[in-house]
Design a protein around this ligand. Sequence first.
Ligand SMILES: Cc1ncc(COP(=O)(O)O)c(C=O)c1O
Length: 398
Amino acid sequence: MKSVLTGDDSMVPYMEVPLSIPNICGNEWKYVRECLDTNWVSYVGSYVDKFEDIVGDYVGAKYAAATMSGTAALHTALLVAEVEPDDEVLVSALSFIAPANAIRYVGAYPVFIDSEDDYWQMDPEKVVDFLETKCRWSRGALYNKSSGRRIKAILPVHILGHPVDMSPILDIAKKYELVIIEDAAESLGAKYKGEHVGHLGDIGCFSFNGNKVITCGGGGMIVTDNEVWAHKAKHLTTQAKVDSLEYIHNDIGYNYRMTNIQAAIGVAQMEELDNFIKRKRQIAVAYTEGLSNLSDFVLMSESESAFSTYWLYTIVLKQSESKSNSRDLISLLQDRGIQSRPLWYPLHLQETYQDCEYYGIDCAHRLHALAVQLPSSSGITDQEIEHVVSSLQMLCAE
Ligand SMILES: Cc1ncc(COP(=O)(O)O)c(C=O)c1O
C-alpha cells in the first residue's frame, strides 16, 4: 500500500483492488504438472473426465460435458435442444452478451425480457405475461403473434451469483412445451429452493473464465439429465466424429473441447469451491455491514428462496436516475486504486440486437445506469474490503 494525495490534499490509502481475479491456491500446479509430465496436454485425458464427473455430481446432474468456453456451452446447448433457425428464445435483457449471441449462432432470435426490481434477475412475471398475451398456441406449438415465429425456449441468465425466480418460468415452460436452457455462467454453487442453478431446467451451462467463481483459465460445462442430449453435446463438441480410426463425421461438428490442462486446473479449483463461496458470502456481509449506514445505495441481497454466491457484490445508486453519478463513482474509486464496473449495456440496445423484440424493459435500463459492481475476488483481504468501504463512506460524505 502507498499513499496518494487527493484533490482536497488529504492523504488516503492507495491499493490496487481488482474487481474479480482468479484464486490459485490449491492443487493447480500439481495437477497441471502431471499433465505436462505425462504429455496429456490436449483434448483428452483423465482430468477432462474427472472434471465433468465432479461438476455434474456437484450440481446433481446425471451428465456433464466440458467445453472450451461458456459461450461454446451455450451454443451447444441450443443445438442439442433443437432450437432452429427462425425460432425465438426469451432471454434476459440485462446480461453479458454471450447468450444472445449463442441464440443467433443457431439462427434463432432473442426476445429480451426485463429484470425484476429486487434481485435484478429475469422478471418471471414479464416472461409469463409475454407468453400469455403476446403469443398464441397453434398446431402444437407457441407462436409470437407479431413476428409469427415459433417460441422454442426460455434462456434465463442467473446473474451475479443469484438465481432467477424459476418456479413461474418452469411452470409456463411446461404449459407451452418450451425448453429451459439456463445460463448459470456466473452462478456455479448458487441454489434455488435448495437445488443448484444449472440443474433446474432442461440443460444448464457454466463458464470458467478468469473472473468466475472458479476458473480453468477458460472453459465451460453443459449439464443435463437427458442422456440423448448429453451424448449429442459430446458428439457435436468433438467434431461429430463417428469412427475413432477413420475420419468419418455425421454432422457439422465443432472443436469446442476443453483441454486436459484446463480441466486439471478446474479439478483443483473445484476442491476449493466451497471455500470460495464461503468467502464470497463473507465479503457480501462485510460490504452490507460497512455500507448499511449510507442512504445513497440499494445493497445487494438474497431472496428467501435463494442461496447466492454473491459472485460480484453490486450496489445501486439511489439518489438520482442520472447515469453520470455511477460513472463518476467508478472513476473516483479508480482514483483510489479500486476497480469497479457498471452492469452490462442492456442487450436490446446493442447495435446487433436493435431490431429484436424486447418486452417490458424498464428496470434493466435503471440498473445499467445506476449499478456498480464492487471488488469481490475470493482472495480479497479484509483490509482491501475495508479500503473499499471507507472510500465509499468518504465519497458519500463529500
Ligand atoms: C452470463 C454469462 N454467460 C456466458 C458467459 C460466457 O462465458 P465464456 O466467457 O466462458 O465464454 C459469461 C461470461 O463471460 C457470462 O457472464
